[in-house]
Write a protein that binds this ligand. Structure first.
Ligand code: ATP
Ligand code: LTN
Length: 334
């Protein structure tokens, strides 16, 4: 609790251009929850270097991501929007938690298996202990709730296990966090292969809608989206492509799948795809305009980075000192 409010923490990696999946699965929920919690939204740049990055590009992407959080509607005066690498507590706590995490647990992580298959030439220890750094992110702020997409549930589970293990030894040190998964759009699928999740690292540019895509590009990508030959707009598991388009449309218009099926009764896929494309463009255009405006105001963004970095450090240090004391590190002499 901070000032009587429960704490929310979430983050995204600055590894690529954000997709509609990131927006619907995560950012959109951040916006709806922001008023009810004391929120920390981090650009998790330390997680990004688990795969090789070009330094200049990482720096520029991290700044863009931070700006995008604000452009999407998160008020940086109320929400602590900051860079993970500016708060040393993340690394400090991560080390301690590494000593309370079993290799057997890390071996089971599906993201590690996927990423090591993808980057077979660089299966580094950071990629392996990625979930421990993520646990540190969350536990550092005594977080109550973590809004994420479904793919992150396994990481939330291990975070809870580590926290419970630590608390069982040292008493009530960490708040046990709960995941928050949105009702619709918890997993937005690729437009080219609706059995695969939409991902920023997909090489096929037509598979993902990027938050910075212009309207024509968005409409074109939806026109090309892979569907089926049923010819009926219905919400079921056998029509994965249409199911995904309905999820996207619902998330953009706040309609329910039933309402959407009724709205498009008797209509063809072409009409439906156009409507989905337009609803996405309507959602993204204001965000893009705000982003371009904010990007120009260097001093404003710099101010946010400094102020919020200090705020995050203040709360992080509180937890770090407590944890260091619990595990038996010598007291600092003042
Ligand atoms: P990468 O493809 O590079 O692994 P990613 O697109 O999965 O990246 P992350 O930075 O790992 O993106 O995820 C940021 C947030 O977006 C997480 O909360 C994640 O659960 C959510 N998310 C990512 N992809 C989707 C998706 N297709 N549908 C719903 N939520 C998603
Ligand atoms: N692993 C997450 C990003 C992430 C995160 C976090 C999300 C790092 N630390 C803490 C929520 C809370 C991902 O989205 N791939």
């Amino acid at each position: 609790m901070i000032d009587g409010k429960k704490v929310l923490f979430s983050g995204m990696q600055a590894t690529g251009n954000l997709t509609l999946g990131n927006y619907i699965g995560a950012l959109k929920n951040w916006l709806t929850l922001a008023d009810d919690y004391e929120c920390f939204y981090s650009v998790v740049d330390m997680h990004s270097i688990t795969v090789r990055q070009d330094p200049a590009e990482l720096r520029s992407r991290a700044r863009k991501l931070l700006t995008l959080y604000i452009a999407a509607g998160l008020d940086p005066k109320k929400n602590c929007i900051y860079y993970q690498s500016h708060v040393s507590g993340h690394a400090e706590l991560s080390w301690i938690l590494n000593c309370f995490t079993y290799m057997g647990e890390l071996n089971r992580m599906t993201q590690f298996k996927d990423k090591s298959a993808k980057h077979a030439d660089n299966i580094n220890a950071g990629l392996y202990t990625y979930p421990v750094l993520m646990a540190a992110d969350i536990l550092l702020y005594q977080t109550d709730v973590v809004p994420v997409g479904k793919d992150q549930l396994q990481h939330l589970e291990i975070t809870r296990d580590i926290a419970q293990r630590f608390n069982a030894i040292y008493g009530d040190v960490f708040t046990i966090p709960e995941p928050f998964i949105g009702k619709t759009g918890a997993k937005i699928m690729s437009l080219q292969d609706p059995t695969k999740k939409m991902s920023k690292s997909d090489e096929n540019l037509n598979a993902s809608i990027y938050l910075m895509d212009d309207k024509d590009t968005i409409i074109r990508k939806f026109k090309r989206a892979v569907t089926d030959s049923e010819g009926i707009i219905a919400y079921n598991d056998t029509q994965a492509g249409i199911h995904n388009l309905i999820d996207i449309y619902c998330a953009c218009t706040n309609k329910t799948p039933d309402e959407v099926v009724k709205e498009f009764e008797g209509k063809g896929y072409g009409d439906f795809k156009l409507a989905v494309g337009e609803s996405v463009a309507d959602l993204l255009t204001p965000l893009q305009n705000k982003f371009f405006e904010l990007e120009k105001d260097k001093a404003y963004i710099d101010g946010i980075i400094k102020e919020n970095g200090e705020k995050a450090n203040y709360y992080a240090t509180k937890t770090i000192r407590k944890v260091q004391k619990k595990v038996g590190f010598p007291e600092r002499i003042r």
